[in-house]
Every structure is written in structure tokens, then in C-alpha cells.
Design a protein. Sequence first.
Length: 482
Amino acid sequence: MTHPVLADVLVSARNPGPACGPASVLSALAAIDRPMELLTNWDQCHALCDAFSREYGFIQLARVAGVRPSPADMERWSALFRWMVEQLTGWNPVNDPQQRTLAAVFVAGTMSDIGHELWGLLSNPFAANQQLVAILQAMLRACRVTIDAPLRTQSPISTKAAVERFAAANTSKDWKEINECLDRSGDFVSASLLQAQATRILSRCGPNELLVVLSGIDEALLAVSFVGAVGDEEACLALAVACSSPYFEFAALRSAVYGRGHPTPSVLGLDVLITKMSADPDRWRTLMDIFNRYPVRYPRLQEALGTALAGVPLPAIEAYIAAVQLHDVALDDTGRENVATCLRAFQACASRSQREAMWKLAYDRWFTWDFGRLDPQPHLLGIRASILDYAIVGYAIECLGPNAAMQVRIDIVSKALTLHQNWYLSSSDMVADWNRSLSWLQPFAHAEYVLANSNEDWLCKAGMYLPTDTQTDYLKLKYRMA
């Protein structure tokens, strides 16, 4: 939603009226030979931004504190916007050889924007200015990113070695290594004032030319900086879908999944990007290993991922299931809920045959895992759930059906009641086997409940199902049930 003050100023700016630029910024730029070079470094352009803030203090109060300017100041703000549009519409290299006026527009655009919405909402007569389009595209093609701050690392490592590691990963398109490097250095990467303003203006007056620039990105840090330069998340995802740079695709996906500064779930456009990236089987397996091994970390990914999974081939679904790190969890586990969110979206979009394939793959993985039976270290100390429970319930309902699902539940209980006939190395092993059997029971018992109550969600959250036969005083004592 557009900031109300900015919206009112934009409405006023579209009406005829005076146009007036930032005198203090233009005066400061008059003494600078290469102003655009200055705008590539935030530390060096602070003086220009400070000059603007002193001249237009009311804009900063509106942006930061939400203070509505006076009518006179609102008109000054509108006049500034008219001046910016006029300068861009009539800009040419003959009249502005040092690009000082263009630099002033960049500073004004930076300091008067709210929520990265300004250039998307300003009137756009400058779209016809091909000289402007050409210079903006040239600026963006010249952008580079270098690491000049120490990387955060878990163990001591020189910056030089870290940069070399990043460069090697970048060259080989080792996305897992690239992601780990970005985890350490990503916070240091941001778009310069020049890059951000040139990108946002070019997105209005030369979207095809911007797409050419983005498609030419062949370095992950540069891609991250351009994601920040675009600013708007939906626009960034749309550009990632349209461009041909795998680096920009990855940076856009990573930004949307991490969601820094975007608390709400990201769906619009993200599912389309995920579907596009699934076309490369090797990269898809790596992406699943990065973003789906621990679903608890990526709640913003889940709904879009589920929607995308409904449109990918079976091997991509296999990679999705294979990537998940299985471990026993509580009913209220966040990762379990995140996977359910993904699979609900998948269920809503997928055909019956697609759903059955997904549920069968999940069941086979769950069956083999068997609540950690093959792991010799931990014991199952209670009845637990798994993060694939939603899919297992789906398997019972849509693959087995009511009668077969009921029979599985009966067989599980019968097996549990005969565990005393088995030999165990320790009483802890015996208790773990009991808990494993009753953990197995949960999704099948819940599936029966869902079949009898069609409005019930497939993910059980209310409590564990405990058949009467398993709740005798003797069994509670024998198997240490609370």
C-alpha cells in the first residue's frame, strides 16, 4: 500500500505547477568533476544526502516519523517531483556532460522515496528518451562488486582465502558453496546510490534494456546487489523469471526465501521462479538441499514451493522428498507445520495422480526412516510425530483408502501388543520400540478421523491417538508411559 503522504504528493505532482530542483545539492555538485563516481560509494555521497536533508527536512520527517508536511511544503515536494521528471524527459549528454543534473536527480530520488515506490508511481514521459535509456544501461553494465570487509566465518580464515573460495564457487556454479559464502558476506553487499536509482529509473523507461543488463550478470555478489537495487520484491521475482542469468535467479530466490524486511509470506511470482529453476535437475537437487533440508528455516518458501511442485516432473518431486532431514518432532513443531503448508498448496493445485505419487514417495521415505530405527545412538523416549505427517495422512486417505488404512492401524496396534515376545538388548530398546509403534500409529489413526470428519485438517495438532488396548496400567508401567 502506497504511503498516504507520498500518494498525495504524487497526485499533486501530476498537475501543472512550478518545478524546482534541490538547490543545495546542485550547488555542491557544481564543484565535483565526476559526480557519478561519487555516487558509487555510500560513504562518499553522505555530504550530498545531508545537504538535501537540510533543504528538505520535512521530507525526512515524513519518511521516518510519518509527520505530514504543511500545505506549502507539500507543494515544494510536488515541485521537486516535477523537476525530476522534467530533467529526465529532456536529459541529453550535450547539456549535462558531467552528469551533474542526473546525479542530483539520483540524490533527490533516493532521499524522497518511501518504500521503494517512487519510480514506479511517478509519471513517465521520460520513457521516450533513448539517450537517457542508453546512459542508464551503460552505468549498470559498469557496476561491479568487490568484498572490502572481513567475512564472518566460524573459524579463522583470511579475507583473501574467503574471496578465492567464493570466486571458485562462482566460476563452477556451486550453488551450495555460493549460498554458504553469501551467508557470511551477504550483509556487506548492497546497491550503491547510483546502482539503485539507475535500476529503478531504467525499469520504467527501458525495461527491456534492464533485462539485458540482468541477463548478463555472471557473478553472485553482483546479482545480490541488483536484487537490492530493484527494491520491490514482486518486480524482482518477475525480472528473475524473465532474465537468463542463473546468478540473478538464485539471488532473487534467496532474497524472497529469507524475506529480510518482508514479514508476510511471499507467493506472487515466487512459485513461477521455482518452476523455472526446476527445469535443471542438477541445480534443482542442489536448491532442495539448500532450502528444503530444514523447512523450519524457510517459512516464506513453503506455499510457493507447494504450488510449484504441482507443475514439476516426478524426479523433481523425488528430489523434494529426498532432501528433507527426517527426525522425530512434537506435534507443535514449526518445521512440521511448514511442510504441511507446502503440501496443502500442492494438494490444492495437483491432480489426483500427482498427489498419489507425492504421498507414495513420502511414505517410502518415512517407512525406511522408521523413526530413526537405524540410528544406534538416540532412543525414542516418547510417542512422536514427523515432519512428513501431512503426506503420510494423504497416503492413507488417497492411496490406501478407508478399509486399507483401518487395517494398517489394526496391524500396528496388534504388533505393539506382541512386542513383549521380542528380545531386546536393554529395556530402553524395548521402550523405544513401543514408542516407535505408537508413533507409526498416529498418521493412520488421524487419517481415519479425517475420513469420518471431512472438514478436519490432515495435520493432527490436537493430541496423540492412544487406543484403549494400549492404555492398561500394566502396559503403562512396562513401557514407562506418563
